[in-house]
Design a protein around this ligand. Sequence first.
Ligand SMILES: *Cc1c(COP(=O)(O)O)cnc(C)c1O
Ligand code: SF4
Length: 340
Amino acid sequence: MNHLMSKQQNSTDFAAKNWQQQLAEAFSTIEDLCDFLNLSPEDLPASVIASKAFPLRVPLSFAACMEKGNPYDPLLRQVLPIEDELFAYPGFCDDPVGDLPATAQAGVIHKYYGRVLLINTGSCAINCRYCFRRNFPYADLQLSKQKQAAAIDYIKADTSISEVIFSGGDPLLLSDARLANLIEQLDGIAHVKRIRLHSRLPIVLPARITDEFIALLTQSSKQIIMVTHCNHANELSADTIRASHALKRHGVTLFNQAVLLSGVNDNAQILCNLSEALFAQGIIPYYLHLLDKATGTGHFEVSKTQALALMEDIRAQLPGYLVPKLVEECPGATSKQSVD
Ligand SMILES: *Cc1c(COP(=O)(O)O)cnc(C)c1O
Ligand code: SF4
């Protein structure tokens, strides 16, 4: 009850600000975040050293979904830099998904048949501690405005490409003008049928889903798909519901991908609640990823055996369309691999 009330109160605090302001005011230090949550950093395994390698970044709209005073909050665990990140785990490395060798040219990753990824920006609105990109030199590879023409030519020249995926970083950090321009260019390519956006913003910074943004999507002649990234039902709020409904109402197909994370969602009930809550706001649970083994993320790992047991529990409780596919990313593979 208290939790709900504080959430509503916070929600009115930031609701008046536009998404750019909210982004600029995101928490960037352990102290400020802990203050907001009524926690003291000494009660946590928080690590300033870990935050130097990969900074803390959390929008207020996401922090407002955390339970105040709870050091084990599953949303806090996703964003708080901790000492475990500094330990070396065997088998963990800097480019676990093989994106570097799959980079066709600046900003273009062509590793899945029929689909290309455009890396439009290296940054995100939130820094997730388990991220496979945390050690990746995206700043060097991203598609600058200047290199965009070459990327469009690459897509034009390959008629096997039927889907263009805006990835990142987070593509929704681009301005509406940049996104509109990219979509307009792709509209001119007949063999591209679908444009897909992979973004965590509809969940962590739902103010990004403005009427203007939706209008630029609906102007496209292509089918538009949004793949959100939500790991726990507590990440959803009145604001994420508003954003999802607006997208859905305008014909955007919504899927979610989650990552299976120790201490966050490695529990059948939590995963069932997630599927139910997503579907209630119009999002279909699509993928449940095994962790990509990036340096600094070993403490989030859930074993394959445990993951398969969880899937069995979920299948016993939910209709098939609410059961996500358990998958893993294997370097060099031309598609995601299902785990069974
Ligand atoms: C897996 C993956 C894709 C491709 O997704 P499919 O739905 O399997 O086509 C695109 N982008 C990222 C970042 C992915 O991890
Ligand atoms: S790429 Fe996705 S998982 Fe990684 S930090 Fe950005 S939002 Fe989080």
